[in-house]
Design a protein around this ligand. Structure first.
Ligand SMILES: Cc1ncc(COP(=O)(O)O)c(C=O)c1O
Length: 393
């Protein structure tokens, strides 16, 4: 409501409307998050490692945020560790787990559709001799469980698979994956960055050993991320120094960012509770787009998908042109994942689900936010319809 009010005022004053439909790239920090961060910056500036009052105040705020993250994902607070980004955790966890593994468990199983912070860490490990196996996925990015069953064995150290894909929105059958991993004594790590705040994430019910979360995907700040590591699962230090974060990730803590992450996570369940409304809007968008251009191809699955994410190929168009045209009219969408977007380079996720280079270059990802309205969807469709009509004529 607050957001819509100010969007309305901004539009009235400038004559320009902004419709933000790229929530999988990032989200704006909510008012409550900004307030929590401002309070932390003002009152909790003491070094959290100091034993006097100023330090203790900062340390207490960090512990509060740790409890807030733990509650959001059904973990114990001793199982939550902070760092600066999910990229940092994905790198650190994969590399330390592999470097500290011993024969016979040296194999890591993953998919070709992971975020680049996972896929490039795996490529790095492969270049250093690791045995990385890629489990096939289907047309929409879901892991093929029967294939995983074939790959996994007593040499498997780790299965690594995102709970929800950032480009297609495919949500993996994680509890099933966990059963397979446990049967063979393998560890299970999941990049849950896109899931928290969009769907329920219960690390215990999903049977995870490790999970990674990033604050800026759920209306928190950039520069804060959390790792869940099950109390009984191995975890090694990767930044050595002053002993912060149980010595796992040393360095003086970014107290305002961590406080902002805690505040954002305390709202995660409420956000996920709005999923049904968001999904209705997404389905309405899909219906309208089909009417406008029956040749479009949906790359997101119709079931087991994030409620806010839709990935669509518009044959015969260039997604960069579509994106720029929409931006001109005040609409933000993605022509590929923001983190991996490199001009002229096909998204590895779209290639992994079988799209040709030409199809991938005609593909948009639209990711709704908790404030997206029906008017926003109509506005987007109107602009796309006009563009496609003109392109065909
Ligand atoms: C699935 C996934 N994992 C990891 C990341 C990286 O998160 P961060 O920006 O905190 O490094 C992203 C960012 O887009 C993501 O979508």
């Amino acid at each position: 409501m607050h957001y819509r009010f100010w969007a309305f005022i901004a539009q009235a004053l400038t004559g320009r409307r902004r419709v933000y439909l790229d929530s999988n790239a990032t989200t704006p920090p909510s008012r409550k998050v900004r307030q929590a961060m401002a309070r932390a910056a003002k009152y909790c500036w003491g070094n959290p490692s100091a034993a006097y009052a100023e330090g203790k105040k900062s340390a207490q705020l960090i512990e509060k945020a740790r409890r807030q993250v733990a509650q959001a994902i059904n973990a114990h607070e001793h199982e939550v560790y902070f760092a600066s980004s999910a990229t940092e955790w994905n790198n650190a966890l994969l590399k330390t787990l592999y470097h500290n593994s011993a024969q016979p468990r040296r194999k890591i199983i993953s998919t070709r559709a992971e975020h680049s912070s996972v896929s490039r860490s795996l490529a790095y490990l492969a270049a250093h001799g690791a045995d990385i196996a890629y489990c096939p996925i289907d047309r929409h990015g879901h892991i093929i469980l029967a294939e995983l069953g074939q790959l996994i064995d007593s040499s498997t150290l780790l299965v690594c698979c995102a709970l929800a894909n950032n480009e297609t929105g495919a949500v993996q059958p994680m509890a099933e994956i966990s059963k397979l991993a446990k049967t063979h004594g393998a560890l299970l790590m999941s990049d849950c960055v896109q899931a928290l705040g969009k769907i329920d994430v219960d690390v215990k019910a999903l049977g995870l050993d490790y999970a990674v979360f990033s604050a800026h995907k759920l209306y928190g700040p950039k520069g804060a991320a959390a790792l869940y590591a099950k109390i009984t699962s191995p975890l090694e230090a990767f930044i050595h120094g002053g002993g912060q974060e149980e010595g796992i990730r040393a360095g003086t803590e970014a107290v305002p960012n961590i406080a902002g992450m805690g505040r954002a996570c305390s709202n995660a369940k409420r956000l996920a509770g709005r999923a049904a409304k968001t999904e209705l809007l997404k389905n309405e968008l899909a219906r309208k787009l089909m009417e406008i251009e029956p040749a479009i191809k949906f790359n997101s699955p119709s079931a087991n998908c994030l409620p806010n994410t839709i990935n669509i190929t518009f044959p015969g168009t260039k997604s960069t042109e579509l994106m720029l045209m929409l931006d001109y009219y005040g609409i933000a969408v993605s022509a590929g994942s923001a983190c991996g977007a490199q001009p002229g380079k096909t998204s590895h996720v779209l290639s992994a689900i079988g799209l040709s280079d030409a199809e991938a270059a005609s593909t948009l990802r639209i990711s709704l936010s908790s404030t997206t309205s029906r008017a926003d969807i109509s506005y987007l469709c109107k602009k796309l319809e006009a563009y496609l009509k003109q392109a065909r004529s």
